[in-house]
Ligand binder design. Sequence first.
Ligand SMILES: [Zn+2]
Length: 325
Amino acid sequence: MSFSSRVKEELIPRPLDRRCCVLAETAALTQATGTLGFLGAGRLSVTWRMENAALARRVFRLLKEGIGLRPQLHFVEHARLGGRRTCVLTVDGEDAETLLVALRMAEREPDGQVRLKHTSPRPALNKDCCRRAYLRGAFLGCGSINEPEKSYRLECAATDAGLAQSVQRVLAHGGIEGKVFERRGHWVAYIHRAQDLADALAMMGASRAVMELENLRITKQMRSDANRASNCDEGNSEKQITSAHRQIDAIKLVSIHRGLFTLSPVLQETARLRLEHPEVTLEELGQLMEPPVGRSAVHHRLKRLEQIAGEIEASWEKENAPGSE
Ligand SMILES: [Zn+2]
């Protein structure tokens, strides 16, 4: 199974969030996979199409349990195209009106009539919880991730330009630089740095995937460390190399057992820079930080990381101690 599918498999069974987030996730999924239908005589419908049956069931739950609608779910078999199955969900009539008002595409007039204002959802993304839910919905609906062994890239591609723009905005809130471009009638929002990918996954709540990614980055790093060690720079004292190894072991332990995303931003930055630059001195490491800091601040942060690793180890010893049950 691809990394992308594993992330989706992790996210799809998540319990539904609060109503504000249910609406944000539904808005993204509607922008990614939905179409607005005009049935005549002012009647409207919304239809979602997707190949992933598990995702279709999630959309069904969002609409039914989350918003209180009565969606219909059908499966359409394609005789050709290798017999692929498309899942189709629909709401119409009053339910379509309720949904369009909830997604801020329509307004209810004082006489009870619903008037369409926009042909695409206008998600409210001013809360952190809703931004996370929106990103998750966008990724589930139209996102993909490259195999991280090859490159670090996540993209969401939809015909609705609003989705790519909203994804970019949501990412920017998390300090992630997303880019947008057009490709054959689709608007694509993407990120392409390891750090940004890990942060975006953490933002969506895919903590298992973050852990997998961190482990992979560490393995890659260890391979290049081994290469570097074989043509080791004589400028590094043995003592310096030993403490760098100790720091890296501590960071790996925290990463594997808790995930670096659980650390404060300052410690995350320190941990990641140390993993990326295992050979540099503390002064040089400090210069790589944003903003740059001095040697003693770097020393202090690395000590704190070792301390956290120590706490994790101590908690295992406690669990495994005889008589602790
Ligand atoms: Zn929310």
